[in-house]
Design a protein around this ligand. Structure first.
Ligand code: PLP
Length: 495
């Protein structure tokens, strides 16, 4: 970053001197602009070994102030080599994300304002911008007006909050009396699929259902929750005196992006008076495209839905939106106002602290507002549409290659496949050999530093996942990565 000299070391505020801040921040912005423009020059996956970074840092904190020029230089020399570049256009692991330019600016400004949007009066603009921008998002994804949104850090927290609301909705007075040592409380259960994200099981642990209180319903050959098995599980639980509290279908599961039959599940929930929370953390943003809406049939009947702009809406981590059709219930689950947080506007305004576990909250709506305005609904839809079409083309190329096979349907922008060698014809490959070979193939591809992909296991088959989702990714990135995979596979098979 080349901050040559610290202009003034001390300021009367004990903070960095304003003129030094100005110079350093200008240089940081230049650095960010160059970094984001040329991020593809870095190896995608950090090429470091465990302990590399720690061994280069002092064990104890500095006693005296250090020059910012030195700190910035250490950032480049010590920290940067340990970075895996999520901004790289060939980052295809987990779910690819984007630190978009308007989002960087939004983060910078919200960091400068440093407001805590816990109460309306703690920063009226932060609350009202959040309400407005989430209503825009609601319209963009085509959800009915009664859904109100609130921003949390992650989907994990959004789901904990939603399931806490479900528990409140069940009328068990858990808020007042807790769950332990109660003769009047039956065993409680929540239901999700065996393909659901681990955050749902964690929510079960946190909220006192316990792992045994999280029933994982089997999935069909397309990894979709079997709604008949769900209905059966609920009925049998009711017969045995267990109380069903919440069903959590997923639109876009983590491993394969499969889509549970939400419309059928919502009928079951309605019949039994059970809260339905839809995990659309990844898939939800695809509903911005009207032609994708058929995949979301039934989600409008949900009680709550989580969508992560920090996954596929080009928004910096963290930003997760919990939409709730019954915000009064969510509020009932969480609202608790000690004297020191009372304000004259109570009842007239929304105090965001009432809608979840955290009191303090960052001003995350600012970046989302800047991104939606900068790209426009159309720009966002175009980018998502391109990602989906790249995934479909890639799936066709995989199917056309005799030595590879798709392991799951491709409804969104993530493709799961594996090497299934047909050569040499004389060799009969066992499943465990195929698994090992695919693991070696994935490692070989990642070690090139040219692309980064991750994996999953489907019915004991090791699958390579290629998740397309970065704003900069174009067809060349996808097709050249596919060629790289084919080349590495060829070398492996020849070795
Ligand atoms: N739900 C799904 C379907 C996910 O794929 C993920 C993460 O990949 C999550 C929830 C958890 O997201 P977060 O990291 O925001 O907690």
């Amino acid at each position: 970053m080349n901050i040559s000299k610290d202009l003034v070391v001390k300021s009367k505020h004990r903070d960095m001197a304003p003129n030094l801040f100005r110079e350093s921040a200008y240089r940081a912005v230049d650095w960010i602009a160059d970094y984001l423009e040329h991020v593809d020059r870095y190896p995608v996956l950090a090429q470091t070994k465990p302990g590399d970074l720690k061994s280069r840092l002092p064990n104890s904190p500095p006693e005296k102030p250090e020059s910012f020029g030195q700190i910035a230089s250490d950032f480049e020399k010590i920290v940067l080599p340990g970075i895996t570049h999520w901004n790289h256009s060939r980052f295809f692991a987990y779910f690819a994300i984007t630190g978009s330019y308007p989002g960087v600016i939004g983060e910078m400004l919200s960091s400068a304002l440093n407001v805590n949007a816990m109460l309306w009066r703690a920063s009226p603009a932060a609350t009202e911008l959040e309400e407005t921008v989430l209503d825009w998002l609601r319209q963009m994804v085509g959800l009915p007006e009664e859904f109100e949104g609130v921003i949390n850090d992650t989907a994990s927290v959004s789901s904990v909050n939603a399931i806490a609301a479900a528990r409140e909705f069940a009328g068990l007075r858990v808020r007042e009396k807790g769950m332990s040592g109660r003769n009047d409380l039956p065993r409680l259960r929540i239901y999700t699929s065996e393909e659901a994200h681990s955050s749902i099981e964690k929510a079960g642990i946190v909220l006192g259902f316990g792992q045994e209180g999280v029933q994982k319903i089997r999935t069909d050959e397309s990894f979709r929750m079997d709604s008949h098995a769900l209905e059966k599980a609920i009925r049998s639980d009711i017969d045995e005196g267990v109380k069903p509290v919440c069903v959590i279908p997923t639109i876009g599961t983590t491993s394969t992006t499969s889509i549970d039959p939400v419309a059928e599940i919502s009928d079951i929930c309605r019949d039994h008076g059970i809260w339905m929370h839809v995990d659309a953390a990844y898939g939800g943003t695809a509903a911005i495209l009207p032609e994708m809406r058929n995949l979301f049939r039934g989600w409008e009947k949900a009680d709550s839905i989580v969508i992560n702009p920090h996954k596929w809406l080009f928004t910096q981590i963290d930003c997760s939106v919990l939409f709730c059709r019954r915000p009064d219930v969510l509020r009932r689950a969480f609202s608790l106002t000690p004297e020191y947080l009372r304000t004259p506007e109570e009842g007239e305004v929304k105090n965001l602290m009432d809608y979840g576990i955290s009191l303090g909250r960052r001003f995350r709506a600012l970046k989302l507002w800047m991104i939606i305005r900068s790209l426009g609904r159309e720009g966002i839809a175009d980018a998502i549409g391109d990602h989906i079409s790249y995934a479909r083309r890639l799936a066709e190329m995989i199917q056309a290659d005799n030595d590879f096979e798709l392991l799951a349907p491709v409804p969104f922008s993530t493709v799961v496949f594996r090497l299934r060698p047909k050569t040499p014809a004389s060799k009969a490959w066992s499943e465990s050999e195929i698994n090992e070979t695919n693991e070696r193939l994935l490692n070989a591809v990642n070690q090139t530093g040219k692309a980064f992909l991750s994996h999953t296991k489907l019915r004991d088959k090791f699958g390579i996942r290629m998740a397309i989702g970065n704003l900069k990714t174009n067809w060349e990135d996808v097709s050249e990565t596919w060629e790289l995979i084919q080349r590495e596979a060829g070398s492996l098979l020849r070795a």
